[in-house]
Design a protein around this ligand. Sequence first.
Ligand code: ZN
Length: 299
Amino acid sequence: MEGCLFVLNKRNRILAAEAMSVHSSLFQCPVCSSMMRVEDLRQLVCLKGHSFDIAKQGYVHFLPRPAPSKYGQALFRSRSILSQSGFFESLDRLITDQILTHIENQSVRLLDMGCGEGSHLARILDMMHTEGCTQAAGVGLDIAKEGVRMAASRQPHLLWCVADLARSPLASNRFDFILNILSPTNYAECHRLLRNNGFLIKVIPDNEHLQELRAAFRSSSEPHSGAKLEARFQDNFELVKSLPLCTRLKLDASLIPHAIAMTPLSWHADTRSIQSLQELSSLELTLNVTILIGRKYRQ
Ligand SMILES: [Zn+2]
């Protein structure tokens, strides 16, 4: 069994190294900003010799030291299971349609900033592939190692990085689209990484997002600050389109624990309210977000 795992992991690292070799121009050293190349299918090395190993699962850890994160393996596994259940499918479909609408050539470069366990990026690239866009390159970046490790284990042919979103190991003006799905945005970094007229696609929560969980946990956290987030977006990008989305999916009993575990909303919930939810035979859960599509101002 261990032998099989070793072969799989070795294969993952080689697949990742090959993908990184093809797309090495997308990377730049997070220490000195010089160009990088893949060496011996094992590491990314910059012109000044700073090197970063490609992990056996197929990702590169660019942080100088591990970053503590409350987003652990269990949260990402649950989020992945919810994603596989189809909960985020309509959102991923809408994002894909927007990319296809604004695409200029086949060799499109896509970056997911705050990719978590990579479900959105992987599905969006799959959908694009089905629509005939077969040369898209996808990079997923997150500070949470557990999410990136899971993403790479499943999709080693994509490019996965554990890195600081404020100082990413990526070259300037290379990306056609940046995705930022229900996660904080570093606008300065988005501007640096996008090519002129590139697009930032940001997903923000709306009033009813996960309202069933909020109600059950009597969450005091603000359900939305959409207007504020949208105003900030418009301060930094030319708003091209704003697409609201509201869907409800009926989750069966086996999915309810994963709906609870996939979000920080449950971190401060009391045991009794979590238990009451887990005893339900089904739960209708609301996905209510707005997709903001913005173009990079020409500088
Ligand atoms: Zn360097």
